[in-house]
Design a binder for this molecule. Structure first.
Ligand code: TMP
Length: 219
């Protein structure tokens, strides 16, 4: 049963590790899984990612940042996400449209209505079925990033206040929309966290299959 599951959270929340752990568990349960990420996931998206994350001296104003994220997303939806969903696969996507609302909206201060229009255009209206928020304080997330040994990218290097606005947006959004969001504490033991996320996805995919079955029978 196809399902688009997005993973969101402040930088350093451990989304990519969780995606690896959860994918293995879902596959062991017989599901066909596609792991992907934003910005990225396609040759165009990975090039755009390199430009966006490069801490070098190329200035990027907030509107350009939002448009580049959206361009990468449009290619990603068309080439990777929609085909996988059409094949009945579970897509685990490391960041999606909510990252634009969190970072370019709450973080940079771009108006939500403009960003919503941009998302609808880039994704052709595609929304996640389920969004996992791995929650961590901005300070702890950035500390994890610093101590991980990977170089700090352009967005990591922004101010603590910027990252705090992003985190605040995520928590408020998750609490306002519990039908789509599941908020989990990112600091928990990695295997426990992956077990819980896997169970949530299996439950959702079972519910979606039951709904599709009921619809077929009523036709
Ligand atoms: P990550 O893939 O390591 O999480 O890094 C991607 C960075 O890009 C992260 O700081 C969040 C940021 N980002 C946005 O600002 N807007 C977006 O729409 C997306 C997808 C990512």
């Amino acid at each position: 049963m196809s399902l688009l599951v997005t993973f969101e959270g402040p930088d350093g929340a451990g989304k990519s590790t969780q995606i690896q752990l959860v994918a293995r568990r879902l596959e062991a349960n017989g599901l066909s899984v596609v792991k992907t990420r934003e910005p990225g996931g396609t040759p165009l998206g990975e090039r755009v990612r390199a430009v966006l994350l490069d801490p070098g001296d190329c200035a990027i104003v907030p509107r350009a940042e939002a448009l580049l994220m959206a361009a990468a997303r449009a290619q990603h939806v068309a080439d990777v996400i929609m085909p996988a969903l059409s094949d009945g696969r579970v897509v685990l996507c490391d960041r999606f449209s909510d990252s634009t609302l969190a970072y370019q909206g709450a973080g940079r201060g771009l108006p939500t209505e403009n960003l919503n229009m941009l998302q609808a255009f880039a994704t052709d209206g595609l929304q996640p079925d389920l969004t996992i928020l791995l929650d961590i304080s901005a300070e702890n997330g950035l500390e994890r990033r610093r101590s991980s040994g990977t170089p700090m990218n352009r967005l990591d290097q922004d101010s603590l206040a910027f990252h705090e606005r992003v985190r605040e947006w995520y928590v408020q959004e998750a609490k306002a929309h519990p039908e789509r969001w599941v908020l989990l504490e990112a600091g928990r033991a990695q295997d426990d966290l992956a077990d819980e996320i896997c169970q949530v996805i299996l439950d959702r995919s079972g519910q979606a299959a039951a709904r599709a079955d009921a619809n077929r029978k009523s036709e």
